[in-house]
Design a protein around this ligand. Structure first.
Ligand SMILES: *Cc1c(COP(=O)(O)O)cnc(C)c1O
Length: 390
C-alpha cells in the first residue's frame, strides 16, 4: 500500500455498504422512497419545510435559479472566490454573473462589494459558506431582504454548520446542498434543495423531472432530468446517520492543523467567528501577501513530490480562462479574491486523517515554504492581503 496522502476521502462504513446493497435487492433503482427520505432529512436538518432531491449541487443551483424565473439577459451576483458551479449555473440559463469580491478574513462575499452590485439590479444573489465557514450569512440575508432581492444559499460546503443559533441551509429563499465525494458527506453524485416556499419547491421538483405536473403524467413546462437515484439516496441516509461523528472528526483534524501551524509567520490560517460552528469542508491556508502564485505553486508541486496532495482552492473565477474578457464591464472589481486566490493551499483534509499524517503534512509544508520563499527572497510582492498574519 502506498503512503500517499490524498486531498480528500469519504468516510464510509459497513452501514453505507449495507444500505446500498439493499437497494440492489429492491424493485426501485431510480427515484423512490430512500431518495425522498434523504431530501426530507436534509430539510429537517436545515429547519426547512421542503426538500427536493436532485442529481448534483450544480443541478440544484440551476433548478432554483430557473424556478425563480431567471433566464437570458438577467444578472445574478456570485462570489469571485468560490467554486465555479455557481457561475456555471448562472451561465447555463443564459444569465450573466456579477462577481462579488471576498472578505479576506472569512473568504465569504464582502458585503460592501455585494451592496455595490445590487445597484446593477441583479435578479438574485448566490452566496456560499466558503470551506464551511458560515460567517456573514445573517448579514447578507438582511442586506438582500432590504433590497427585496432573493438570496440563494449555496450550502454545498456547509452542511451541519450553524451561526447565531441558525443552521446552514436555512438562509434566504432557498438553499442547495451538494454531495460529491469530497464533501463532508457524500451520495456519489447528488444534491438537495431546501426551502420554505411551497410554490418554489413544486417548480423545482417539476423542473427536475422533465417538467411534469403534480399528477406525474402531464408535462406542464419544459424541464430537465435532474433526478437522484435510490443507490445515492440510500448512501445519503446512511451518511446522514453518521453526520455528527464525521463532523466531530473533521473538527478535530482542523484543530490539530491550527495548533501545529499557528506559529508560522508565512501563513494565514482559517478564522472562526465567535457565534458560529463551522462545518469543516476544507482546511485552507494561504501564504502572506509577501509571496505570489509562483511561490505557492512551487510549494504545492514539492508537496506532490512527497505524495502529499494539496490544491489551489479556489482560482478567482473572473480570472479563469472561462470568464476572462467575458465579464460585465463596470462590475467585477475583485482585487482581494484575485490576490488571495494565488496564495491559497488546501491541505489534505478528511475524517480519520491521523495525528502522524497531520504531523507529516505540517512538517513537509513548513519545509517546502522555507525552501520556496528562500528561492524567491529577493522578489517579495507585497500584495494587499487585507489582514495581517496571526
Ligand atoms: C461542491 C460544490 C457545488 C456543487 O458541486 P456538484 O459537484 O455539482 O455537486 C456547488 N457549489 C459549491 C460552493 C461547492 O463546493
Amino acid at each position: 500500500m502506498s503512503n500517499a496522502i490524498p486531498l480528500a476521502k469519504p468516510s464510509l462504513s459497513e452501514v453505507e455498504r449495507q444500505a446500498v446493497l439493499d437497494v440492489l435487492r429492491s424493485p426501485v433503482l431510480a427515484s423512490g422512497p430512500r431518495v425522498e427520505q434523504f431530501a426530507k432529512s436534509v430539510a429537517e436538518l436545515s429547519q426547512r419545510n421542503s426538500g427536493i432531491p436532485c442529481s448534483s449541487g450544480t443541478a440544484g443551483l440551476t433548478l432554483v435559479l430557473a424556478a425563480l424565473g431567471i433566464g437570458a439577459g438577467d444578472k445574478v451576483v456570485v462570489p469571485a472566490f468560490g467554486f465555479v458551479a455557481m457561475a456555471n449555473a448562472v451561465w447555463s440559463l443564459g444569465a450573466t454573473p456579477l462577481f462579488a469580491d471576498c472578505d479576506p478574513r472569512t473568504l465569504n462575499v464582502d458585503l460592501n462589494s455585494v451592496a455595490k452590485l445590487l445597484e446593477l439590479k441583479p435578479r438574485a444573489v448566490l452566496a456560499a459558506e466558503t470551506f464551511g465557514n458560515p460567517a456573514g450569512m445573517p448579514e447578507l440575508e438582511a442586506l438582500c431582504a432590504a433590497h427585496e432581492i432573493p438570496l440563494v444559499e449555496d450550502a454545498c460546503e456547509g452542511i451541519g454548520g450553524r451561526i447565531s443559533g441558525r443552521p446552514v441551509g436555512g438562509f434566504g429563499r432557498a438553499s442547495v446542498f451538494g454531495f460529491y465525494p469530497n464533501k463532508q458527506i457524500t451520495t456519489g453524485e447528488g444534491g438537495v434543495i431546501v426551502t420554505d416556499d411551497t410554490r418554489l419547491a413544486e417548480r423545482c421538483r417539476s423542473l427536475a423531472n422533465h417538467g411534469r405536473g403534480e399528477d406525474g403524467s402531464t408535462f406542464v413546462r419544459p424541464g430537465w432530468n435532474f433526478r437522484l437515484d435510490e443507490m445515492s439516496g440510500a448512501l445519503g441516509n446512511a451518511q446522514l446517520s453518521r453526520l455528527d461523528e464525521i463532523l466531530d472528526q473533521r473538527e478535530a483534524v482542523a484543530a490539530q492543523y491550527t495548533a501545529r501551524l499557528s506559529g508560522n509567520i508565512e501563513l494565514v490560517l482559517p478564522s472562526v467567528e465567535k457565534a458560529s460552528r463551522p462545518s469543516w469542508f476544507a482546511y485552507c491556508v494561504r501564504l502572506t501577501g509577501r509571496w505570489n502564485a509562483t511561490v505557492r505553486d512551487e510549494v504545492i508541486q514539492a508537496m506532490a513530490g512527497h505524495e502529499i496532495s494539496c490544491a489551489k482552492y479556489f482560482p478567482s473565477i473572473p480570472q479563469t480562462p472561462a470568464w476572462q474578457g467575458r465579464c460585465e464591464p463596470n462590475a467585477n472589481n475583485t482585487p482581494v479574491a484575485n490576490s488571495i486566490s494565488g496564495r491559497t493551499i488546501a491541505l489534505p483534509f478528511y475524517a480519520g486523517l491521523s495525528s502522524q499524517e497531520i504531523d507529516l503534512v505540517c512538517q513537509s509544508l513548513e519545509l517546502m515554504i522555507e525552501r520556496a520563499t528562500f528561492r524567491h527572497r529577493a522578489s517579495p510582492t507585497d500584495q494587499v492581503d487585507g489582514i495581517e498574519p496571526s
